[in-house]
Design a protein around this ligand. Structure first.
Ligand code: HEC
Ligand code: HEC
Ligand code: HEC
Ligand code: HEC
Ligand code: HEC
Ligand code: HEC
Ligand code: HEC
Ligand code: HEC
Ligand code: HEC
Ligand code: HEC
Length: 243
């Protein structure tokens, strides 16, 4: 390195180090709100924020769990835990949530199929183990020629039709539920396709992420219950809520 560049390099490195330290160091206590008034339909809640962090020694990240690093401006819970995940949220959330958090929810998509048609043919007794007999398929063809993405009573959707057929011999793979998909599908982490959650979480009645009240109640009360301290029993509603 030429000598005349050295001072600049040193300054740049120092600034870099300071930048990293500044980023990693936690928000100072003064920047942390002491108490929070949380308005909601169940009656206002006064939350002793600072006492929780300091006296009860709850790490910031246990509540502000959107990232592993302590941030000076944690993301409000309702950004990701709205009152409901209805149309309003779906339409707006791409603008309100930082790009770095997309994969927290959109965490998987289906990649390639692991099964190979050609080699599989030799593992079974005949084409009609999977294909229909000639009364429906005059000759074996692509299931997707007739089975569409959406099914109805007369005609199962492609996904269901194929799964039923494969499942006739591979029941064990489907019994594993979510964990079993990877026997046949490569699961790509993250990704940009954003398939609906229920594509994979199909056996649950609701989205696999808590809405606002659930997130607060679960977040607050699970800990109280585990520690046997703070309000959590069904009689304790008014230890948090008041009118
Ligand atoms: C027991 C749970 C809990 C702990 C621990 C906690 N917080 Fe919070 N914090 C909250 C909740 C709940 C809110 C309200 C968020 C909202 O408005 O959606 C909040 C809000 C904040 C806000 C924004 C306040 C505002 O005006 O909107 C800051 C800044 C903050 N916390 C920093 C911290 C820091 C720094 C720590 C660790 C030293 C910490 N918090 C620990 C639960 C917690
Ligand atoms: C950036 C988005 C984001 C923010 C902000 C966020 N959450 Fe979450 N939260 C999630 C996701 C995604 C899940 C699903 C499980 C997971 O990935 O941890 C979740 C799960 C939860 C759960 C269930 C955890 C479990 O183990 O079952 C609780 C409780 C919760 N959040 C409370 C909160 C509270 C309270 C706040 C605000 C202090 C908050 N969250 C802020 C995205 C977020
Ligand atoms: C294990 C189940 C299974 C067996 C056994 C099977 N197929 Fe298929 N076949 C499929 C599936 C599923 C598709 C849909 C496309 C895909 O996944 O490759 C398909 C698609 C096809 C297609 C259309 C797509 C292409 O590859 O051109 C033809 C033709 C076909 N099969 C012929 C046959 C013949 C002939 C046999 C018997 C020798 C046979 N298949 C046995 C499951 C099977
Ligand atoms: C030529 C059109 C056509 C093709 C190609 C086709 N199907 Fe079907 N499939 C049908 C029709 C029509 C029905 C509904 C009639 C019935 O229930 O027998 C059906 C029903 C089914 C059902 C539910 C009833 C049952 O037989 O268990 C399954 C499962 C199924 N198909 C799987 C497949 C698979 C797997 C493939 C590809 C290997 C495939 N189908 C290709 C037309 C087709
Ligand atoms: C008639 C029975 C039968 C049907 C129907 C069938 N398979 Fe198979 N499959 C087998 C046999 C036998 C093997 C080889 C032994 C084993 O690994 O279980 C096998 C192996 C596999 C493997 C490799 C398993 C491993 O442990 O590595 C995959 C993946 C697979 N099948 C996927 C499929 C898919 C996808 C379908 C539907 C399109 C399907 N199978 C339908 C009988 C079947
Ligand atoms: C035995 C192997 C097997 C298992 C296990 C399996 N699948 Fe499939 N799946 C297939 C095959 C084969 C197709 C047809 C793909 C095609 O023709 O494009 C398919 C199609 C699909 C489709 C529709 C096509 C697409 O790519 O969007 C979805 C969605 C899907 N599977 C989801 C799942 C989920 C979720 C699980 C786990 C709960 C799962 N599958 C388990 C073999 C399997
Ligand atoms: C707190 C969880 C969460 C986060 C974080 C999140 N999403 Fe979503 N997103 C959802 C839910 C829930 C849906 C509705 C899907 C469903 O109903 O299965 C959705 C749907 C979508 C859709 C489909 C929209 C439609 O009209 O069908 C796209 C595209 C999308 N999200 C992009 C993003 C992008 C880009 C980001 C980051 C900026 C992001 N999401 C962050 C939860 C989230
Ligand atoms: C391509 C498939 C796929 C899609 C799409 C998908 N997930 Fe998942 N999800 C999985 C798998 C696989 C697991 C891990 C299950 C296990 O290991 O037990 C999982 C686990 C989770 C968990 C951990 C708790 C649980 O229920 O097991 C949450 C929370 C979650 N997903 C939320 C979501 C949300 C929210 C969406 C939609 C925005 C979504 N997922 C879309 C495949 C998917
Ligand atoms: C990780 C653990 C943890 C979480 C999360 C937590 N708390 Fe607490 N909380 C405690 C502990 C420990 C006490 C102390 C009880 C005592 O000393 O009797 C407490 C006490 C309380 C009390 C009574 C005393 C006081 O300081 O006000 C209230 C009210 C309370 N918590 C509200 C909340 C609310 C609201 C939330 C969610 C936003 C929450 N807590 C989240 C651990 C937690
Ligand atoms: C540990 C403190 C705590 C306890 C105990 C508690 N809650 Fe809550 N509750 C909260 C907080 C914080 C919110 C705010 C979340 C939000 O904005 O939806 C809330 C929100 C609510 C809401 C409003 C939901 C909305 O959409 O605005 C209702 C209703 C509610 N609680 C009822 C109850 C009932 C009933 C009980 C007793 C069985 C109870 N809560 C116990 C802290 C608590």
């Amino acid at each position: 390195m030429q000598t005349r560049y050295k001072p600049i390099t040193i300054v740049a490195v120092l600034l870099g180090v300071l930048g990293v330290v500044g980023y990693l160091s936690p928000a100072s206590p003064e920047e942390m709100p002491t108490r929070l008034l949380i308005e909601n339909a169940g009656g206002k809640v006064i939350f002793t924020h600072k006492t929780h962090a300091e006296a009860y020694k709850v790490p910031c990240q246990q509540c502000h769990h959107e990232s592993e690093q302590v941030s000076k401006n944690p993301v409000p819970c309702a950004t990701c835990h709205p009152a409901s995940y209805e149309e309003g949220f779906v339409a707006e959330h791409q603008k309100t949530i930082g790009k770095e958090y997309c994969n927290r929810c959109h965490h998987a998509e289906l990649g390639e199929l692991k099964y190979d048609h050609e080699t599989h043919k030799d593992l079974v007794s005949g084409c009609t183990d999977c294909h229909h007999d000639p009364s429906i398929e005059s000759e074996p063809s692509d299931c997707a020629d007739c089975h569409a993405e959406q099914g109805d009573e007369a005609m199962p959707a492609l996904q269901d039709a194929v799964h039923v057929r494969c499942g006739s011999c591979h029941e064990d793979m489907f019994e594993q539920k979510l964990k079993g998909c990877e026997n046949c599908h490569v699961m790509t982490k993250g990704g940009t396709k954003n398939p609906p959650c229920m594509t994979c979480h199909y056996d649950s009645k609701k989205l696999p992420i808590p809405a606002k009240m659930e997130a607060y109640h679960a977040g607050c009360m699970t800990c109280h219950k585990a520690k046997g301290a703070g309000p959590y029993t069904p009689q304790d509603c008014n230890k948090c809520h008041f009118r």
